[in-house]
Design a protein around this ligand. Structure first.
Ligand code: URA
Length: 255
């Protein structure tokens, strides 16, 4: 454990923290969701149900239960970047038994979960963490975190389609919002472009391409916020550098 992380874990036990912060540090939910759980009577401290938002407790010393289940002790915060392979799923379990992205984290014993989702057939930059508040903010539309994709579509993409994509198209759940587009390749059988969007609607890139008249045949996320996938190999992960975490925290008003 790095010095700074050790200090954080120690601090968590030495001073009382608001319950919503403890639940989010434990990676269970965002602070806002924790407040709702408290109001709903789902949280107890040392055998007493707590319904007052703002109640503090000593994490690691007090017995804190959510729905009758004791929450984990303070542990180190983990911030990972994975290059997600094709054919893996971004949930923590899958009834169909498909490979999970978390199966690729061989040396990680803590429970971490993906920050947002990439489709089964999308590759590229996926963050995983046990920091609930950070994950919640990064995926919240109000923070408008840029996501950069390298998109391959079949056929020759027309100037009109590129214009439509950059202005934004209409999707069944509302407007897509604009995109920043850079054409990288245009051939008879396929076209490749870089696309940056600041919303994370489900299957947004594929649906935008379809609305513009094209089918995505290959999709890879190459950037998220201030982070770039770089030369991280497919299926491999790395810990973010402290400076990378700090910048990504600043982007969402944490730090
Ligand atoms: N847009 C998509 O269509 N799919 C992804 O996996 C991510 C963004």
């Amino acid at each position: 454990m790095r010095k700074r992380e050790k200090k954080k874990a120690a601090t968590a036990q030495d001073q009382p923290l608001r319950l919503n912060r403890i639940l989010s540090l434990a990676g269970l939910c965002s602070r806002r969701q924790a407040d709702q759980w408290i109001l709903a009577g789902r949280v107890s401290v040392n055998g007493r149900v707590v319904r007052e938002v703002g109640t503090k407790a000593f994490w690691g010393r007090d017995r804190i239960l959510v729905d009758g289940k004791e929450i984990s002790r303070p542990s180190r915060r983990l911030y990972l970047m994975l290059n997600k392979p094709f054919g893996t799923i971004c949930t923590l379990s899958d009834p169909q038994g498909r490979p999970l992205v978390t199966d690729l984290l061989h040396d990680i014993n803590e429970r971490v979960y993906p920050v947002g989702r990439l489709d089964f057939d999308t590759m590229g930059l996926l963050l995983l963490t046990n920091d609930g508040e950070w994950a919640y903010r990064l995926t919240h539309p109000s923070y408008r975190i840029p996501r950069v994709y390298k998109v391959t579509v079949s056929g020759v993409i027309s100037p009109k389609a590129l214009r439509d994509l950059s202005r934004g198209v209409s999707l069944e759940d509302g407007p897509s919002g604009p995109a920043s587009i850079t054409l990288l390749e245009k051939g008879p059988s396929r076209s490749v472009f870089r696309m940056t969007i600041t919303r994370g609607k489900s299957r947004q890139v594929r649906r935008m391409a379809e609305a513009a008249g094209y089918r995505v045949i290959h999709l890879i996320r190459i950037g998220f916020g201030s982070l770039a996938l770089g030369d991280l190999k497919v299926g491999r992960y790395r810990h973010l550098e402290p400076e990378e975490v700090a910048v990504m925290k600043r982007l969402v008003g944490l730090s």
